[in-house]
Design a protein around this ligand. Structure first.
Ligand code: C2O
Ligand code: CU
Length: 492
């Protein structure tokens, strides 16, 4: 990329910002409820434009790194989920999922998103530790109106399997196709025979093969599709060579469907989770992937001629158990040599706290049904809850309590946490996570520490109907001395 090009990009970006700063004066300012509890008006603060500008300018690659530039256009498109039938979708660059982004730790990712949809949109970078201003929520930016362009630019700090998705009108926009995979690589990763990135999702199609209108009854459990997808294709076949060992990075991008993943009910090895590599790989036969969650596994070797089903096994998330569901079929071809190397200890994960540490905060998920049978989704008794600020560097030990009768996947934006306990029992392995299932009636204890990225953040249930229905909370990360880089104000 030439210097000249770099300059031009930058100028366009300034023009866009000039525009949104004007926007701010006209209606954004003062709309933001700061401090204390209570519901929150979703609008960026008065300093959002400067915060964005600073984050943009500070994003420089590490020595040896590069700027990975991606142009995306969100627009309507025709897509074949299954051959012979076309569905009108909303997609990035006309494809479901959107373009696969492949980068390395220390690179800067710069994504210019142009909105050609009939409604505003934003992009959220699920699982990434980025500046708040680049998080893509309506607390840090104005949604991008139709016809406009917005540039996300940030440095990639962690290796792992991530994804990006719309953070506007999610129940509609995400199901229609506005999501994609992002892999960040580090040096010294295991060498397997092949890597696949499998984005699991679902879509509800009507008799004409179009995305079905939403139904009020879908609000409680969340909408589940009648077509199950892997990389935008209904129940595809995957070809593998006999005797080979592959790395599969699996993302659950579905609106609300839980996937209790098995690969032919064979044992497989878990390399990493949402927050990257584990300390030591672990062997299992199934793993629960809630919406938003990822897993990084080693698959195979299989015998030539084997046919293996990639399934979601029965799991009851409080709505009754369903039978096993097919996502894909693996067909194993003739034997081929394997060059897969032995897995070393992937990385050390330092324990944040000892077990038994008292929680510093409780977060309660609940639902309420009114006399008309309408359900609302709540955090600490409120929709769109305003949670207490979190101070940079201060240990957080949170109990996430599920006071409802269905499971809810808890997702924290921008920071990784360690799960200390699930219903009082320590998990099988230590890991970094950004999404964790909170079972119906259950309690999950997590620990995390905010690194120095002050700003507006959120956590929410990743069942999109619940999130949209208010099962979410906003909070500020603040510096201990209240010097937030001339950034967050606390007056409301
Ligand atoms: Cu993938 Cu606000 O989430
Ligand atoms: Cu939920």
């Amino acid at each position: 990329m030439s210097q000249h090009h770099e300059h031009r990009e930058h100028r366009e970006h300034r023009e866009h910002q000039a525009h949104s700063s004007h926007d701010h004066h006209s209606h954004g300012h003062g709309a933001h409820a700061h401090g204390g509890h209570g519901s929150v008006v979703h609008a960026p603060s008065g300093t959002a434009t400067e915060d964005y500008q600073r984050a943009y300018e500070q994003a420089e690659p590490e020595p040896g790194g590069t700027v990975v530039r991606v142009e995306v256009e969100a627009r309507e498109a025709d897509w074949e989920f299954a051959s012979g039938r076309t569905t009108r979708v909303w997609a990035f660059n006309g494809q479901v999922p959107g373009p696969f982004i492949d980068a390395r730790v220390g690179d800067v990712l710069e994504v210019r998103l142009t909105n050609r949809l009939p409604e505003p949109t934003t992009l959220h970078w699920h699982g990434l530790r980025l500046p708040a201003a680049m998080d893509g929520t309506d607390m840090v930016q104005h949604p991008i109106p139709p016809g406009e362009t917005f540039t996300y630019r940030f440095k990639l700090l962690d290796a792992g399997t991530f994804w990006y998705h719309t953070h506007s009108n999610e129940p509609v926009q995400l199901e229609r196709g506005l999501y994609g995979a992002l892999v960040v690589r580090a040096s010294g990763e295991p060498e397997l025979d092949r890597e696949r990135v499998l984005v699991l999702s679902d879509v509800k199609l009507d008799a004409r093969g179009q995305v079905a209108a939403s139904d009020d009854r879908e609000r409680r459990g969340g909408r589940e599709g009648n077509v199950r997808l892997v990389n935008g294709i209904s129940e595809p076949e995957l070809m593998m060579w006999g005797g080979q060992v592959e790395r599969w990075r699996i993302i659950n991008a579905a609106s609300s469907r839980y996937v209790r993943l098995t690969i032919g009910r064979r044992p497989f090895r878990v390399l990493g989770t949402g927050g990257g590599m584990l300390e030591a790989t672990t062997i299992t036969r199934d793993v629960l992937l809630t919406p938003g969650d990822r897993i990084d596994v080693v698959v195979g070797p299989f015998e030539p001629g084997e046919v293996i089903s990639v399934l979601s096994e029965p799991y009851d998330r409080g709505l009754g158990e369903r039978s096993a569901e097919q996502f894909a079929t693996v067909r194993v071809g003739p034997a081929a040599p394997s060059r897969a190397t032995e897995l070393e200890r992937p990385r050390a994960i330092e324990r944040l706290v000892e077990r038994g540490t008292a929680p510093t905060r409780e977060v309660t998920f609940s639902e309420r049904t009114d006399v008309h049978g309408d359900v609302t989704f709540l955090i600490n008794g409120e929709q769109h809850y305003r949670a207490d600020p979190v101070t940079v560097g201060e240990l957080q030990v949170w109990d996430i309590v599920n006071a409802s009768s269905i499971d809810h996947p808890f997702h924290l934006h921008g920071f990784f946490f360690q799960v200390l306990e699930r219903n009082g029992t320590p998990p099988a392995y230590r890991s970094w996570e950004d999404t964790v299932n909170v079972p119906a009636g259950g309690r999950i204890r997590i620990a995390w520490i905010a690194d120095d990225r002050p700003g507006e953040w959120m956590f929410h249930c990743h069942i999109l109907e619940h999130h949209a229905g208010g099962m979410m909370a906003h909070f500020a990360v603040v510096r201990p001395d209240n010097d937030n880089g001339a950034s967050r104000q606390s007056a409301g």
